[in-house]
Design a protein around this ligand. Structure first.
Ligand code: CP
Length: 309
C-alpha cells in the first residue's frame, strides 16, 4: 500500500484512496502510541528537517514527536536563529540542508507556495505544515481522523466551518478533504471573511451562525486573527463575538448535541467561549492527540519505506 503522491503540499486533488490510506495508517499508529513504549523502529536511518519560518506550537511539536516515535533522526530549523538573518535565500538554505543527506522536509512558511517551490529545489519529500493562506493539510487530516473516530464515517456528515474562511488555510484544506471523503460542508462567517464564489467548490454558505449550528453535526471553529480587525474586515472583537461567537446559549438553543472542533490556538471569548471549548462535546484535545498519529502516517507513507503498521 503506497500513496500516489510524492509530497504532501495540500489536499486539493488528493484522492479518496490516498486520504483513506493516511487515516487508516494513523489509526494503527494511534494504537502504538497508547502502548507503554510508544515507539517503533520504522524510520530508523531516515532524517527529517523541520523547517519552521513561522511560529507554531501544536504542529511543530507534533511533527517532532511523530519523528521521534518513528525513530527517525530529526533536526529543527528556526529562521530566527539561522543564517536567514544574514540574508541567505530559501533556495540556498534548503540546498545546503539537503547536502547533509536528508530524506524529508516539513515546512511552515508565511508565503503560500513555498512547499511547492521546495519540491523544485531538492529531491527530498516535502510536507506542508502550513503555507500562508494556502493549505494546512495535516491539520485537515487530523480533523478528519477525529471526526471519523467520533462518527464512524465521513460520508454524509455535515461539517460547518465557522470564522475567517478567506485567510484560513485550515478551512481550505478541510473543504478539499471533507468533500473528497463524501462529507457535506457549510462555511459561515462575516461576508468580508468569506471568498466570493466559494459555492463553486461545492460548499454551502451562511452568514448566520445559528443557521450553521442548526444544520451541522460538527462545528470546526477557526481562530479570528486579531489583525483582521485593523484591516477593517469586521468592526470589533466584541461585535464578532456577538454575531458569530460559539456560546453555550447558542448551542442549547439548537437542542441537539453538536461536536466542537478548533485547530488552535483559541481566542477564548472571541470565536469560542471557554465553557464550550472545555465541554464534553469538544474534540479539541483529541484533535491534538490524533495529530501525532496522522503525522506519523504521513511521514511513513512519504518515506518510501515499505512497512506494515
Ligand atoms: N493548529 C496549528 O497549526 O497550530 P500551531 O500554529 O500551534 O501549529
Amino acid at each position: 500500500m503506497s500513496l500516489s503522491i510524492k509530497h504532501l503540499l495540500g489536499l486539493e486533488g488528493v484522492s479518496r484512496e490516498d486520504i483513506t490510506l493516511i487515516l487508516d495508517t494513523a489509526v494503527s499508529f494511534k494504537e502504538i502510541l497508547s502502548r507503554e513504549i510508544p515507539k517503533v523502529p520504522t524510520l530508523r536511518g531516515k532524517t527529517v528537517v523541520n523547517l519552521f519560518y513561522e511560529n507554531s506550537t501544536r504542529t511543530r511539536i507534533s511533527f517532532e514527536l511523530a519523528e521521534k516515535r518513528l525513530s527517525a533522526d530529526s533536526v529543527n530549523f528556526s529562521s530566527s536563529t539561522s543564517s536567514v538573518k544574514k540574508g541567505e535565500t530559501l533556495r540556498d538554505t534548503i540546498r545546503n540542508i539537503e547536502a547533509m543527506n536528508i530524506d524529508m522536509v516539513v515546512v511552515r512558511h508565511a508565503a503560500a507556495g513555498v512547499p511547492l517551490f521546495l519540491t523544485k529545489c531538492v529531491d527530498a519529500a516535502i510536507i506542508n505544515a502550513g503555507d500562508g493562506m494556502h493549505e494546512h493539510p495535516t491539520q485537515a487530516l487530523l480533523d478528519m481522523m477525529s471526526l471519523r473516530e467520533k462518527f464512524g464515517s465521513l460520508e454524509g456528515l455535515k461539517v460547518a466551518i465557522v470564522g475567517d474562511i478567506t485567510h484560513g488555510r485550515v478551512a481550505t484544506s478541510n473543504i478539499f478533504g471533507l468533500l473528497t471523503m463524501g462529507a457535506q460542508v457549510m462555511v459561515c462567517g462575516p461576508k468580508t471573511l468569506i471568498p466570493r464564489d466559494i459555492e463553486k467548490l461545492g460548499v454551502q454558505v451562511t452568514y448566520n451562525v445559528n443557521e450553521a449550528i442548526e444544520w451541522a453535526d460538527a462545528l470546526n471553529v477557526l481562530r479570528i486573527q486579531l489583525e483582521r480587525q485593523d484591516a477593517g474586515l469586521f468592526p470589533s472583537i466584541r461585535e464578532y463575538h456577538t454575531e458569530f461567537g460559539i456560546t453555550r446559549e447558542r448551542l442549547e438553543r439548537a437542542k441537539k448535541d453538536i461536536t466542537i472542533m478548533h485547530p488552535g490556538p483559541i481566542n477564548r471569548g472571541v470565536e469560542l467561549d471557554s465553557d464550550v471549548a472545555d465541554s464534553e462535546h469538544s474534540l479539541i484535545l483529541q484533535q491534538v492527540t490524533n495529530g501525532v498519529a496522522v503525522r506519523m502516517a504521513v511521514l511513513l507513507l512519504l518515506s518510501g519505506v515499505e512497512a506494515s503498521v
